[in-house]
Design a protein around this ligand. Structure first.
Ligand SMILES: [Zn+2]
Length: 97
């Protein structure tokens, strides 16, 4: 079992802009409406969503669920927690270095 240092996980969750995860790293369908970035929810495929840059969370109002960058990668790619961490580290290699 690989142990990922907690500060590394914190960096992945907090320092990779969730907008970059949506638009660049996962290339999720998205658009700007009423000054919020909306994205295709990986759970319900709806657009009743918004991104909160202050908390770095993406929320689906229909699913009543918040996604941090790691959660979102898991949901979109249907991968394991560890695979999501590796995916983010490969796409955002400057973080924590
Ligand atoms: Zn949803």
């Amino acid at each position: 079992m690989i142990r990922i240092p907690p500060e590394r996980l914190r960096a992945l969750r907090n320092q990779i802009p969730i907008t970059d995860v949506i638009r660049s790293h996962l290339e999720l369908p998205n658009n700007f409406r009423d000054s919020f970035l909306r994205f295709l929810c990986p759970l319900c495929s709806g657009f009743d969503t918004a991104v909160n840059p202050a908390t770095n969370l993406a929320r689906c109002f229909a699913c009543k669920k918040n996604f941090n960058p790691i959660d979102l990668v898991i949901a979109v790619r249907r991968c394991s927690f560890l695979d999501a961490v590796i995916f983010l580290e490969n796409h955002a290699p400057l973080i924590g270095k």
